[in-house]
Design a protein around this ligand. Structure first.
Ligand SMILES: Nc1ncnc2c1ncn2[C@@H]1O[C@H](COP(=O)(O)OP(=O)(O)OP(=O)(O)O)[C@@H](O)[C@H]1O
Ligand SMILES: [Mg+2]
Length: 478
């Protein structure tokens, strides 16, 4: 859940929402009402630098990390206090209603207000003090407002190419199954084109598997035209079409418009059996997907498109059934770690590292990306004690080079999450690592925290709100 610990921005949104709805109910408490308004302004100032600060923290800035920790503590305390106000306000309203309806004395209500208002005001003052200190410290951290430097290392990801990994481990069964999907003729279907979506969590090896298959001689023999496109963040129909056309023809594509490109591509593909790989797709817009596909319909029967994606909803818009890629086996993960750490496929020649190496491989939980990065971090470490440290490390303890490769992978998933799911996911950071929680329990907490609206649910609240949980699962977050 490391990523949930990192991103605070979505939690701030919850605070703003609470602050906005509360001040309306609390008009009678002038002092507090005024303080809450000031909080909003101060929080806006902090919020403006939050993205940049989170990036800096990810890149190992300890002072910023401490500052963010304090901001997080403050945000939680603030939220608790706002919840108290909310309960008080509701209670006061109920008391007022019942006393008016029963014609009772108003004394009870005013007593309640006075006794608790003193405690609340002290708490408000305490939070004010912390907030001001945080703002003062912010001034010394060189945090710029409203900027996430898109060019910095945290956001940069090398585009994939069609060339396969030099050393590929395991996956024999998966490779055979997807190969079959690619080279077999689709029975009982009139469609000329079929889509093979490989779906799985970030770093599980979707691209590596697609690269293996793309370069397999059996696949190569089966298709007359092949193209590889690294789509990634932005699904730009014009750019994707251009890349494909450039790789299968000699047409100069510079400055050409989409119409020109699509007509040419359609002509190039006409009657040909082709294989396209669209690697790392995030697009969930059906219209853009169908627009991209137009020239492909001209191809011969048996043409295929492989897409790799982390998100099931992406696969759904293609209408094809997804091929779920599971974690790599522990043995393959161990070999992968050994290869990147020691340059050998196993620990036979390095028995002193075998036990600790296997433990580290287990910690990778079948994620080749993790095994590769940890292996890389261990490359110059020839003392088993140094390997022990790695076993206990967290992302930000990794050497910069490895961290800069892992973080964009994690961050990309989070960036593509709708904001209502960001809040739900970020909340999971309150649970300790490896903590197990029942789905319904978590959904109830989300409703209680106000992250998802429990009102207006037609029948059973739990049933109708479980889809938030399922959506996080389908996007490989939980
Ligand atoms: N079976 C394997 N053998 C060797 N290396 C592998 C294997 N699977 C993956 N890798 C390596 O692990 C890293 C992560 O794999 P890959 O990029 O394929 O993951 P992914 O599922 O495509 O992730 P993302 O969702 O971020 O695109 C890559 O460097 C890849 O080369
Ligand atoms: Mg990939």
């Amino acid at each position: 859940m490391a990523i949930g610990e990192i991103f605070l921005g979505s939690f701030f949104q919850v605070l703003f929402d609470k602050l906005t709805s509360l001040t309306l109910d609390y008009a009678q408490r002038e002092g507090i009402s005024k303080a809450l308004d000031e909080w909003k302004v101060m929080l806006e100032t902090i919020n403006a630098v939050l993205d940049g600060a989170e990036d800096k923290q990810l890149r190992g800035d300890r002072l910023v990390k401490q500052w963010l920790d304090d901001v997080r503590d403050l945000a939680y305390d603030m939220e608790d206090l706002l919840d108290e106000f909310d309960i008080e306000a509701t209670q006061a309203k109920l008391n007022a209603e019942s006393s008016t309806s029963r014609g009772q004395l108003k004394r009870k209500f005013s007593f309640f207000n006075q006794s608790s208002s003193h405690v609340s005001e002290t708490k408000v003052q305490e939070i004010n003090g912390r907030l001001e200190k945080i703002l003062n410290r912010k001034a010394h951290l060189s945090l710029r407002e409203n900027v996430v430097d898109r060019s910095n290392d945290t956001n940069k990801r090398l585009p994939s190419t069609s060339l396969p990994e030099l050393q590929f481990f395991g996956r024999e069964e998966e490779e055979a199954q997807v190969l079959e999907l690619l080279i077999s003729d689709v029975q009982n279907s009139d469609a000329t084109l079929s889509i093979v979506p490989i779906v799985g969590m970030g770093g599980v090896g979707k691209t590596a598997l697609a690269q293996r298959l793309y370069n397999d001689p059996r696949v190569n023999n089966c298709f007359e035209r092949r193209a590889w496109v690294c789509v990634s963040d932005v699904f730009d129909v014009l750019d994707i079409t251009k890349t494909i056309l450039q790789s299968i023809s000699k047409w100069p594509c510079k400055d050409k418009d989409l119409n020109w490109l699509q007509v040419k591509l359609k002509n190039e593909l006409s009657g040909k059996k082709f294989l396209m790989v669209l690697d790392d797709v995030w697009n969930e817009k059906y219209g853009e997907w169908t627009s991209l596909l137009k020239p492909f319909e001209a191809g011969a029967k048996g043409s295929k498109i492989i897409i790799t994606t982390r998100n099931r909803p992406v696969a759904s818009i293609t209408g094809a059934s997804p091929y779920p890629l599971k974690e790599l086996s522990i043995n393959s993960c161990t070999s992968l770690l050994a290869y990147h750490a020691l340059g050998a496929r196993n620990f036979e020649r390095h028995p002193e590292f075998e036990t600790i190496g296997k433990k580290i491989a287990e910690r990778c939980r079948g994620l080749p990306l993790a095994a590769k990065m940890l292996g890389g971090a261990l490359r110059n470490k020839r003392n088993p004690y140094e390997w022990e440290d790695t076993l206990n490390n967290r992302i930000w303890d990794l050497p910069t080079a490895q961290k800069d490769e892992v973080l964009p992978v994690l961050k990309l998933s989070y960036v593509h999450l709708p904001s209502y799911l960001k809040r739900c996911f970020a909340y999971c950071a309150v649970f300790p690592k490896d903590y197990e929680i029942e789905r319904d329990e978590l959904v109830l907490i989300w409703i209680a925290e106000g992250f998802i609206d429990g009102r207006n649910a037609k029948d059973n609240i739990l049933r109708s709100r479980r889809n938030h949980f399922d959506e996080l699962v389908s996007r490989s977050f939980l």
